[in-house]
Design a protein around this ligand. Structure first.
Ligand code: ADP
Ligand code: MG
Length: 243
């Protein structure tokens, strides 16, 4: 089966700073991969290379067999298949929740207002916010805003969802609702690549955990191995700090 994502010898530098130093891995359809590692290890840069928010310096990224790093690729079409949720929710403050979830559907997918709103309401219901369509982002908690951001990404019907520390900006009591939505998505079979410091989530939900440090993958495998019985000293010392 063609992997959903395949990354081959990916390198990324910013000027003389080498951030990714040869990353290889694959994500199969329906899998959840959690990427863990210290701050500055290149986790966000890796995700950003998967949807070409950053142009890799060398190496290849394939999504469903199509090489995104190929010069002739239709970047917009490729990006459309990949949803992304950031640490900062990046909602439009001047738009109501419903309009935040319809705007890209209308502009990018050219859906009619009625269809975009129907799909927006379905996805808002999915994240438990069907009663908040007419609110402005500032009227919502951080956890609710992040769930709107998830609904907005889902409304584009992506094949793959990327999450970059989606709960790191939230007050502790708001983290659970966002993780619950993500668990449900995983159970429904969404393919997900999740950068997170939530080790309990990684242990319960991930098919594989990837530990990055210094721009390389130090260790990867099932969570019971990487989190439960890490082989590398660098992994053990990171886990001692976060667990
Ligand atoms: P992580 O998400 O693991 O904390 P990042 O991928 O954000 O790590 O960053 C890895 C390194 O790359 C850091 O040293 C960071 O300062 C640097 N970096 C990230 N983005 C840029 C950029 N656009 N320009 C220059 N340096 C960057
Ligand atoms: Mg980061």
């Amino acid at each position: 089966m063609t992997p959903m994502v395949e990354i081959c010898d990916l390198h990324k530098s910013f000027g003389s700073l080498q951030v990714l130093k040869g990353i290889d891995f694959r994500v199969d359809r329906g899998q959840v991969i959690c990427v863990i590692g210290p701050s500055g290890s290149g986790k966000s840069t890796l995700l950003r290379c998967v949807n070409l928010l950053e142009q890799p310096t060398a190496g290849q990224v394939f999504v469903e067999g199509e090489e995104l790093t190929h010069v002739d690729v239709d970047i917009d079409a490729a990006r459309r298949r990949v949803g992304m949720v950031f640490q900062q929710f990046n909602l439009f403050p001047h738009l109501k929740v419903l309009d935040n979830v319809t705007i890209a559907q209308r502009r990018v997918l050219k859906r009619s207002k009625a269809e975009a709103e129907r799909i927006a309401r379905e996805n808002l219901a999915k994240v438990g916010l069907d009663d908040k369509s007419d609110c402005y982002p500032a009227q919502l908690s951080g956890g609710q805003q992040q769930r709107v951001a998830i609904a907005r990404a889902l409304a584009m019907e992506p094949d793959l969802m990327l999450f970059d520390e989606p709960t790191s900006a939230l007050d502790p009591e708001l983290v659970g609702d966002v993780l619950t939505v993500m668990r449900r998505l995983a159970q429904e079979g969404m393919t997900m690549l999740v950068v997170t410091h939530e080790m309990a989530f990684a242990r319960d939900v991930a098919d594989r955990v990837v530990f990055m440090d210094g721009g390389v993958i130090v260790e990867e495998g099932p969570p019971e191995q990487v989190i439960g019985a890490p082989q590398q000293e660098r992994t053990r010392s990171f886990l001692r700090r976060v667990l």
